[in-house]
Design a protein around this ligand. Structure first.
Ligand code: BDR
Ligand code: CA
Length: 310
């Protein structure tokens, strides 16, 4: 089993990613750290605890992370896509469990140091917690097995701006810092996640299952799909965060290409864009594995088989 830590801004697709990771026999989820993005960090922590309780996995420890970007002010929430509460306005009982006293940064550093070469970090929100952890303990760059990050749009349009993806927009300086840090990083961006769609047909199957979890997931995703239909004219919703988990479970779901990637932090029209050097002779050495192709059918089938367990 691969030891993983999830770093989330829960979030509808984050919730699906958590459930997928927990139910995958290939992964051991050592802990979950929270960040801002789709919602505030406090809401992300609450939603994560609620999800774990719904899934019967409240023994997985949750560590609250950064409340704001490293340099900038906190920007608005993603209400249109994730609803007012981040979970598609689905109301779950208030959590009876609480986050751990340790911060996300402390947990990341201590866990990576205690398990050299063994921890995979999956970030599916802003990269702020990881950036802070590297700033405080630069040695983790060589002690971590790898980071798989949902973020960026290297060869396709953005979703938050014409050129930038939401997780990078949430804290561009953090993403830029992580990419320059030398940490082994795979970017699972919109290049591939917009090809892995959950459809209304899948929601009908979840409704027919009629379990407490399948009902909640179907209700959450209904709002997510409505947003996609309105804004992007997309038939379904992107399985962004679950695909990052999928890439850890089975790297052959995607084809990743080594590339030099920079994040624009200029504040101008291309702010937060992930610029990949795709020239035949790039000027600088590759710092990121960028996922450019995905076997979407195989991944979606795997996701559907495991997301709720048996
Ligand atoms: C990413 O942004 C968030 O809205 C989603 O949870 C996902 O992590 C997609 O761009
Ligand atoms: Ca997310």
């Amino acid at each position: 089993m691969k030891k993983v830590i999830l770093d989330v801004d829960t979030g509808i697709d984050d919730a699906l990613a958590i459930s997928y990771a927990i139910h995958s026999p290939a992964l051991e989820v050592c802990g979950i750290t929270t960040t801002f993005g789709n919602i505030t960090v406090e809401e992300a922590t609450r939603n994560t605890l609620q999800m774990l309780e719904l899934l019967g996995a409240a023994d997985i420890p949750v560590y609250q992370g950064a409340a704001r970007p490293i340099v900038r002010e906190l920007t608005g929430k993603a209400r249109l896509f994730h609803g007012e509460n981040g979970l598609g306005n689905v109301v779950l009982p208030p959590p009876v469990t609480a986050a751990q006293p340790e911060s996300a940064t402390q947990f990341l550093i201590s866990t990576i140091k205690a398990n050299p070469g063994q921890i995979t970090l999956i970030t599916v929100g802003s990269m702020t917690n990881l950036a802070r952890a590297i700033m405080a303990a630069p040695e983790i760059v060589t002690l971590i097995e790898q980071v798989v990050a949902m973020g960026g749009a290297v060869t396709v349009p953005g979703n938050r701006t014409p050129v930038a993806e939401a997780n990078i927009c949430a804290d561009p300086e953090a993403a830029a810092f992580v990419m320059q840090s030398g940490i082994p990083l795979t970017l699972v961006g919109l290049d591939v996640t917009m090809q892995t769609l959950l459809t209304r047909e899948h929601l009908r199957e979840w409704r027919a299952r009629d379990t407490p979890v399948s009902r909640v997931f179907a209700d959450m995703c209904e709002l997510y799909m409505d947003a996609y239909a309105t804004v992007g004219n997309v038939r379904g919703c992107g399985l962004h965060d679950p695909l990052a988990v999928g890439v850890v479970i089975d790297p052959t779901f995607v084809k990743a290409v080594p590339m030099h990637v920079e994040v624009d932090t200029s504040g101008g029209a291309s702010d937060a864009r992930t610029i990949g050097d795709r020239r035949a002779r790039p000027a600088q050495a590759a710092n990121v594995q960028v996922c450019l192709k995905v076997d979407h059918e195989r991944f979606v089938q795997h996701f559907l088989r495991h997301v709720m367990g048996n």
